[in-house]
Design a binder for this molecule. Structure first.
Ligand code: ZN
Ligand code: MN
Length: 152
């Protein structure tokens, strides 16, 4: 099984994984989708579509923001990326697809991965939920990042 780190080390591995997932979902492999996917795998910054556009345009000068946006949505639809959405309508994208907690800065919007994960016992602390089958979780810590000032 290919993990994120082994994929990031090998662009051939990433391309293979992308081709298989696109094919399984009836989608075509394109250079644009490949560039967007490789960028997502290589960053843990949880970029916005604009961030991805700015970076990928360096390699593919003709790519449009609309194409970047559609590529991101295709990757999410194929299970290769996760879309993090916020109440203000903004969104960020994550190439890491296993359930993991995030911390989000209330000032600048930066999103970072939190080390560790909640196990079954920790989830059980949230209490029984009769009639609801828990499958996964989304957990977000909110606060202030080191750039914005943690000493308040
Ligand atoms: Zn911040
Ligand atoms: Mn993440």
């Amino acid at each position: 099984m290919l993990t994120r780190s082994t994929v990031a080390e090998s662009s051939a591995g990433a391309e293979h994984m992308l081709r298989e997932a696109l094919e399984a979902n009836g989608q075509r492999f394109t250079e644009q989708r490949s560039a967007v996917y490789r960028y997502l795998l290589g960053t843990d910054a949880h970029p916005t579509a604009d961030d991805v556009f700015t970076s990928v345009r360096g390699q593919l000068p003709d790519i449009s923001l609309a194409t970047v946006y559609k590529s991101l949505e295709t990757l999410v639809g194929c299970g290769l990326a996760v879309k993090l959405t916020y109440g203000d309508g903004s969104a960020r994208y994550d190439g890491r697809t296993d359930p993991h907690p995030h911390a989000r800065c209330l000032d600048c919007g930066a999103v970072i991965d939190v080390p560790g994960r909640l196990d079954g016992a920790a989830l059980a602390c949230l209490g029984p939920l009769p009639g609801f089958a828990v499958e996964s979780y989304r957990l977000e810590l909110v606060g202030h990042c080191e750039n914005c000032g943690t000493d308040r």
